[in-house]
Design a protein around this ligand. Sequence first.
Ligand SMILES: *[C@@H]1O[C@H](CO)[C@@H](O)[C@H](O)[C@H]1NC(C)=O
Ligand SMILES: *[C@@H]1O[C@H](CO)[C@@H](O)[C@H](O)[C@H]1NC(C)=O
Length: 217
Amino acid sequence: MAKIAIILWVFIYAGSKRDATPYLKPFKKLHYVLKQNENAPYTQITNIIESGLDSILCAPNQTHITTTTGLQVFNVTAQRQIYDLFNSKIAEHPELSGTRVTTEAYSVQGVTKNKGRKSSFSQRDEYILTYFGATNPQDFGLEDYAIQWAKETRDLWNAGQPGRRPTTYLNYAMGDEPLEAMYGYDGQLGRLRRLKRRYDPHNRFQYHNPIVPPNAY
Ligand SMILES: *[C@@H]1O[C@H](CO)[C@@H](O)[C@H](O)[C@H]1NC(C)=O
Ligand SMILES: *[C@@H]1O[C@H](CO)[C@@H](O)[C@H](O)[C@H]1NC(C)=O
């Protein structure tokens, strides 16, 4: 039987089940094959959603091919294209059916509150975080294939928000994005570099998409 994407929704609410119920009501109308709900201590949440230290996402020595972009709203057309692309890719290469396409939405009250202020954090207009991740494609000789798929997915998300400049959440970056997409298009890089000179004069923190390249000074 051909493999097909599973759509999984995870809702996390800090509070009682009863208080969460009204927010979940609209989703109850969707047809689902499985529902799980539980109360859990805060410290267990990452394990439950399979992003804890023992999950394949965080386990050591795994290769993750990732892309991302920030969004403001869901574009149904784009999400559908990404879903169709997913199904066509895993039909071609079922070895990669563990690939995940994720959208994350957190409360942005704190982020948007400081929007007007002079801030070196550039992503105050991004309300939805996206993540494409293929794990260990090299085990099947499919690294280039996964990289291509990752980029196509990112392109679809970006095409779904014409007029917005792509932004990149650092932890989910592929590494081919311009630094401005990660740190800001409006002069934030210059400010961050000046701060870095002051607080990290020897450029010790330079490992992951650094704002100053290694050995620059
Ligand atoms: C990761 O892989 C390297 C090379 O195979 C190995 O030396 C190291 O022990 C591994 N680390 C973990 C935490 O598994
Ligand atoms: C949604 O995505 C489609 C496909 O990329 C695009 O043509 C359309 O302009 C987008 N709609 C909006 C409102 O941005």
